[in-house]
Every structure is written in structure tokens, then in C-alpha cells.
Ligand binder design. Structure first.
Ligand code: ADP
Ligand code: TRP
Length: 332
């Protein structure tokens, strides 16, 4: 039996952060390393075009996301890494499935609704600054997934709605033409929990509450110091399960280290000490990848080559599906 297909994408919007790593990059790399899947991971650069309108920045962001995958351990011999814009068939499929997407489904999409809400709150026209790319975002994402008949999609919990939408669209299309499109399944790490940012909300570049993955040790220290703590006595016992510092620590330390810090919390730990423990562990985990990342960013041609090789592997499959579908819908 052929292996299941595992696929995921990250928008090119800048250096990934700890949340992206814990929610998407790490689970995806772990899945690829099991050897159970054919894995396809990509840079969703056309998705970034919704908000990134500076070509120089766009190029940098693409390299940053690709370099992050590689620095965190993606092996291009095991995983096909490519750029969405190198597979134009995704856009042909996008159009085909657009004609089977109920507009109301897009009205209910979180990303679009959040922008409308922000406009209403600032007393602007509700469509202010909203382009059609944002409105139809989930259709492009559905096309990304269906173009390779993906079975499973490792993502953070905030993407669950998009996967549900993809399933809805595939079902509608299949109701007309028979079983042509596979219904994908989301794989969500961390019991559906998103990693919190420095201010306690979801960690996100758009909230500027994030810890970029390849921050220098000095930057890490500054960011960790931004975590707000209370003024309780350093020797008083503290609840690890209500501590952001502990939450971050648990993601990067070994089970033994986590158990030992938990005991220290319960005995009484000073916030300065807890922050120092986190800094040391985080920095130790990330210093190797940081070096690799910097090397790759200094040599973007190497990244481009890997992306081109990836696209060359994906395109024939994408072409095959689109040509089959063109026949199915009757245009060829
Ligand atoms: P951002 O919100 O910073 O713009 P993206 O939307 O590009 O991040 O997310 C890329 C991937 O990382 C997605 O799979 C998303 O679900 C995951 N992700 C983003 N933020 C978090 C978070 N705080 N915790 C866990 N996963 C996250
Ligand atoms: N929407 C995803 C995000 O914001 C990125 C993405 C685009 C994606 N296409 C995808 C994720 C296909 C998984 C599969 O993070």
C-alpha cells in the first residue's frame, strides 16, 4: 500500500516564532521522520501577497521560512520542500473549486471576520483594506492541500476551521463529479492549545508578542524579561501550570528537567531564577539551528536550489491531477 500524504504550509511573513515551531514545524518534522508518510512542506508565498506588497521583503520572507524549516531539521531528501508560486496548477484548481464554494462559507471564515470586526471597532467601513485574497484565503489553502491529494495536514489549532472548509469544498465538488478530491484530516499538536505569546494572547507576529526562533541569546534574554510576573516573594511556592515561563520551558526541556523545575516552583522559586532557567534551556536548544539558519540566509542560492528541486518533484503530480480534473469538468 502506498504511504499516506502529509502536507503543510507556512506563509512567508517573516522569521517563524516559537509558536510556529511548536504548532507546525516540529510536529511536521516529527511526522516526516517516522517514515510513514510522503511529506510535502511548502512556503505559502501567494498567501503572503495578501499583505506583503514589497518585493524585496517578500524574497527575504520566503528565504527566512525555508531556512527555518531546514535549520530545525527538515531533511530535503526525506521531505519535498517547495514554494506555492512554483506550482501554477494550484491556481487552476483554485478556480475550479471556487465555483463550488458557497460564498457564505467565506463570510464565516475567522481571518476575514476578524478584519471586518477590527474595522467596525475602529468605526471604518467594514470592507476597509480587505482584498479578495483575504476573503477567499481558505479556497487557496484548500487548493494547496488537494493538489497533492493530501491525507493529513499538521497545523496549529487556529487552522482547524480552514481544514474543515477544505473538506466542505471537496465534498461539494465530489457531490457533482464523483470522488475526485480527497478529504484532508487536520493533525493538531498540543491538545488543540496554541502557544501563548509574551502578553498571554496567542503568540503571533501580528500581535508582536512573539519570540522569533533565531533570536540571539541577548535578544532572547530581553524577550524573556518582557514576560510579566507578579510581585510575590521569591521563596513562596508558585503554580507551574499558571506560568508562561514554565509553559515555554516544558516545550524545550527534557522530561527530567521539567519535573525538576516543577518541584522547584512548588518549593518556591524567584521569577528571576525561573527566567534564567528558561533562557539557558532555550538558548541551548536553539544555538545550533541558529548557526545553520544564519549560514543559509547568507547563501540564499542554496535555499533557492532546494526549493526548485522540490517544485520539480511536485509539478508533474499537480499537472496530472489538473489534467484529470479538466476532463472531469468537461473543458477538455
Ligand atoms: P502567525 O499567526 O504568526 O502569522 P502563521 O499564521 O504563519 O503564524 O502560522 C503558521 C503555522 O504555525 C500554522 O500551522 C499555525 O497554526 C501555527 N501557529 C501559529 N501561531 C501559533 C501558536 N501561537 N501556537 C501554535 N501554533 C501556531
Ligand atoms: N493558512 C496557513 C497559516 O496561516 C498557511 C497555509 C497555507 C497552509 N496553505 C496551507 C497550511 C495548506 C496547511 C496546508 O498558517
Amino acid at each position: 500500500m502506498s504511504k499516506k500524504i502529509c502536507l503543510t504550509g507556512i506563509k512567508a511573513t517573516g522569521m517563524p516564532h516559537l509558536g510556529n515551531y511548536i504548532g507546525a514545524i516540529k510536529p511536521a518534522i516529527d511526522m516526516a521522520n517516522t517514515g510513514e508518510f510522503n511529506s510535502y512542506y511548502f512556503i505559502a508565498d501567494y498567501h503572503s501577497l495578501i499583505g506583503v506588497h514589497d518585493p524585496k521583503l517578500m524574497r527575504t520572507y520566503i528565504h527566512e521560512v525555508a531556512a527555518a524549516w531546514l535549520a530545525m531539521g527538515l531533511d530535503p531528501n526525506k521531505v519535498t520542500l517547495y514554494k506555492q508560486s512554483d506550482i501554477p496548477e494550484i491556481l487552476e484548481l483554485h478556480w475550479m473549486i471556487s465555483c463550488f464554494t458557497i460564498k457564505g462559507l467565506m463570510n464565516r471564515s475567522h481571518a476575514y471576520k476578524a478584519s471586518v470586526q477590527a474595522n467596525i471597532e475602529s468605526e471604518r467601513d467594514e470592507d476597509h483594506g480587505i482584498n479578495m485574497g483575504l476573503f477567499t484565503y481558505p479556497i487557496l489553502m484548500a487548493a494547496d492541500i488537494m493538489i497533492l491529494n493530501a491525507d493529513v495536514v499538521p497545523v496549529g489549532a487556529d487552522q482547524l476551521q480552514h481544514i474543515e472548509i477544505a473538506r466542505d469544498i471537496a465534498t461539494t465538488f465530489n457531490n457533482t463529479y464523483g470522488n475526485n478530491l480527497k478529504l484532508p484530516k487536520a493533525i493538531v499538536a498540543q491538545d488543540n492549545k496554541l502557544l501563548a505569546g509574551l502578553d498571554g494572547r496567542k503568540m503571533s507576529k501580528s500581535y508582536n508578542n512573539h519570540i522569533p526562533l533565531f533570536s540571539t541569546e541577548k535578544e532572547l534574554k530581553k524577550l524573556i524579561n518582557r514576560i510579566t510576573t507578579d510581585s510575590s516573594d521569591p521563596s513562596s511556592p508558585k503554580n507551574p501550570d499558571e506560568s508562561l515561563i514554565f509553559d515555554y520551558y516544558s516545550q524545550f526541556a527534557t522530561n527530567e528537567q521539567v519535573a525538576s523545575l516543577r518541584a522547584w516552583y512548588l518549593r518556591g522559586i524567584g521569577w528571576g531564577e525561573a527566567k534564567m532557567e528558561l533562557l539557558v534551556t532555550l538558548n541551548k536548544t536553539l544555538e545550533g539551528p541558529r548557526e545553520l539558519y544564519n549560514e543559509l540566509m547568507a547563501n540564499p542560492k542554496k535555499i533557492d536550489l532546494i526549493l526548485q528541486e522540490g517544485a520539480a518533484k511536485v509539478r508533474p503530480q499537480a499537472q496530472e491531477l489538473v489534467s484529470k480534473l479538466k476532463h472531469t469538468i468537461g473543458v477538455s
